[in-house]
Design a protein around this ligand. Sequence first.
Ligand code: KG4
Ligand code: ZN
Length: 344
Amino acid sequence: MSTYILGIESSCDDTSAAIIKDTNILSNVIANQEVHKNFGGVVPELASRAHQQNIIPVIETALQKAKINKNQLNAIAYTRGPGLLGSLLVGTSFAKSFALGMNIPLIEVDHLQAHILSHFITDENKDIPEFPFLCLTVSGGHSQIVLVKDYFDMEIIGKTIDDAAGEAFDKSAKIMGLPYPGGPEIDKYAKKGNPNAFSFPEPKIQGLNYSFSGLKTSFLYFVRDNLKLNKNFIEENKNDLCASIEKAIVNVLMKKLQRASREQNIKQIAIAGGVSANSVLRKKLKANEEKLGWKVFIPKFEYTTDNAAMIAITGYLKFRKNIFSDQKSTPYARQRGKDKILDL
Ligand code: KG4
Ligand code: ZN
């Protein structure tokens, strides 16, 4: 008999609901919050309110698109953390009430684990990674190289010591006056630019950790100094600026990932999180299949940025192992565990 699970994601600025039937996604509905566009980042107060407005319609649409009745659901999975507390509370409260009302089990999901486990969604008969594999998790809030030993056994072997990769994209975009989120904007303009037009100093951080704040500062000073000489500097060089900063950020990520692969002797490499939508990062990873013998796993575009499909697949994997949570669990804002991705 098939298992149907409703997944709910509300950790940041996307309200999302998905229905999974075993490992196949039947629907994945995402309501983006336009309200943050002009603020250069997510405004937590506005995000929680928008979640309150969106959550019921998004879940209704997900059920309709999946063509199932809510009585067919076997469990409800929701993001417990990390994320913005006010945003998480909306999804958590809804999930708890719904599970109680429907008398079905409740499953809490860690957002970062879910980004990684999105690789186990099997619609379109996609290949799934074998354990152990490495996953570069790069989003607006996190940048980590994770050694994935099993579904729920994940060790962080490298991470940023300051800004996340997505933040580096977003902050660089803000310096150029581009709207939030800046990653897709930079990716778009960079396609028409020269990545070698400008160069920025490479951060020197030991081991598998990395840093983006120095890069961002040098980009800020470079733009500021050039604006003093030419007030149209950004407009006249937007494509080249985007291509050059994109190259610098992706190089930092690729260097450490290649080193991790060598040190761990693992050639199965996955990427996850919003920045994995980046076209240059995808291209460089793919090139390493030939160059270094990697087998690369890149999520479907709609499973890269925040989505509930990844919550639903994690819910399904927990359901299979009888891992459930209770009505007392509360959201957590920060990642649990320093070197491990812990969710219990
Ligand atoms: O995973 P995600 O949706 O949310 C978090 O959990 O943070 O990631 C959002 C981040 C943002 O910083 C956004 O700028 C970045 O992912 N992003 C990209 C691209 N698409 C989204 N960064 C670079 N290139 C892209 N195409
Ligand atoms: Zn995320």
